[in-house]
Design a protein around this ligand. Structure first.
Ligand SMILES: *Cc1c(COP(=O)(O)O)cnc(C)c1O
Length: 437
């Protein structure tokens, strides 16, 4: 598969270059030059296929020029090592639970695929890739766990000292091996700035192969399309139209759903559900796209004012804004609405939603209210409610047990390298690590 840059359709690169570079040199996003359509046979057989069988066919259609059948199987088996159950919450309303992976959030899918693919693409190179990732919490844990013990890849996580929850911190500071955590005396933006400067530093790039595993990377973005196929395959046969609501921040997840639809998956409507960071719902309602400073909410993994995948969504619709607005509806919700929905569903059905999933639920409900009886809908439950225990406990008046997988992290010993926020210090640490690698 070849990729072009959203800033220049004539800039075409290989899969390896797109994955190792992350972002195009002109700052554009990489997009597949051709999106394959899957055959009718595949869709007829969907209900009888396992998640992994679906994965082999979809990833095969996308990457057959780049990888052998054995590599595709290895990649899919590694990525889909846990289930994504579809749970009926109310009549015609389903929750797609994407939180059964090692760090209990949907980012595990993309991170596991990305790490494995990077290792495959780097095979035979005599130098290691060094993945730099700045995190405000969730990305660091998914990436660190996804790359843990992956050969040929080293991960350096930068995070702001005292600004992430203990639980989040433990998920990337207790692993050891090929994972190094740098505790930066600063805020998230300082961490981000250090990473950006490292990619621009000639001396560092001469000495080592640096790459990023943020959500812009096609290797994190593309595999997310798999669970849309799987969710659809698990819906009972219905004459109703199918809608999928995606609680969104940077809009990679929604973009992957649209990719699945472009490959032929019969989803009739997507819903871009956000908290009050409403740039995309505003665009879909007719405004110009305009980035804004982000606003803090209880669904904080979606507090994004300048969603980096927006131009990827537009590109998927051939840069046709009218078509984009026809196929995707946008809704946004305040924290109070979100909490009310969490309470209502808990009281009526016993189901516990995390604040992100609850935003997705609300978006779906809005669409279904506007078109009574017309749709069956799926909302993506992007994180386990225990990941947001304090909000969930306070909203529902409960003491949610922490799943064993999360508790296990709490027992680990935190090991970090402390540093200030000067680039010189960061560079010194990176070069020092090289001596020991
Ligand atoms: C990252 C994240 C989101 C937002 O996903 P995008 O692909 O950035 O839109 C939603 N929910 C949770 C729990 C997340 O961690």
């Amino acid at each position: 598969m070849h990729f072009y840059s959203t800033n220049n359709p004539n800039h075409i690169v290989s899969l390896k270059e797109a994955v190792v570079k992350g972002l195009a040199p002109d700052q554009g996003l990489y997009m597949p030059v051709n999106i394959p359509r899957l055959p009718g046979r595949f869709f007829n057989e969907l209900p009888r296929k396992t998640f992994r069988e679906i994965g082999y066919e979809v990833i095969g259609a996308l990457f057959k020029e780049d990888l052998s059948d054995a590599q595709i199987k290895e990649l899919v088996d590694h990525t889909l090592a846990f289930d994504a159950p579809l749970v009926e919450v109310e009549k015609d309303v389903y929750s797609l639970e994407l939180f059964h992976g090692p760090t209990l959030a949907f980012k595990d899918f993309g991170a596991r695929f990305c790490s494995k693919l990077m290792a495959m693409l780097m095979q035979g190179e005599n130098r290691k890739v060094r993945v730099l990732v700045a995190t405000s919490g969730d990305t660091g844990s998914a990436v660190a766990n996804g790359f843990f013990k992956v050969e040929g890849v080293e991960v350096i996580v930068l995070y702001p000292k005292g600004k992430v929850s203990e639980l989040q911190e433990k998920q990337f500071t207790t692993l050891g091996e090929n994972i190094t955590a740098l505790e930066v005396d600063g805020v998230f933006d300082d961490c981000q700035a250090l990473v950006k400067q490292a990619f621009l530093d000639p001396e560092l790039n001469e000495k080592m192969l640096l790459t990023s595993a943020n959500s812009i990377n096609v290797a994190r973005w593309i595999p997310q399309c798999l669970y849309y196929f799987y969710a659809y395959s698990r819906l009972s046969k219905t004459d109703k139209r199918v809608a999928v609501s995606v609680p969104s921040g940077n809009f990679g997840n929604l973009g992957a759903g649209i990719l699945a639809e472009r490959m032929g998956l019969p989803i009739d409507m997507f819903i871009a559900s956000t908290n009050v960071n409403r740039v995309v719902p505003d665009f879909l309602a007719g405004s110009h796209f305009e980035a804004k400073p982000s606003i803090a909410t209880i669904s904080n993994s979606m507090d994004v004012g300048n969603p980096s995948n927006f131009f990827r969504l537009l590109a998927l619709y051939g840069n046709d804004e009218a078509l984009f607005r026809k196929k995707v509806k946008g809704f946004y919700f305040g924290d109070q609405d979100t909490q009310r929905a969490m309470v209502k569903i808990k009281e009526e059905t016993g189901y516990i939603m995390d604040p992100h999933g609850a935003v997705g639920y609300l978006g779906l409900r809005n669409l279904m209210k506007m078109h009574p009886g017309e749709f069956v809908g799926i909302f993506l439950e992007t994180a386990h409610p225990a990941k947001f225990k304090s909000v969930v406990d306070e909203t529902l008046g409960i003491d949610l047990p922490i799943p064993e997988r999360l508790q296990a992290f709490m027992k680990g010993k935190k090991e970090v390298v402390g540093m200030g926020k000067s680039f010189g210090e960061f560079k010194g640490i990176l070069i020092g690590l090289d001596g020991t690698a």
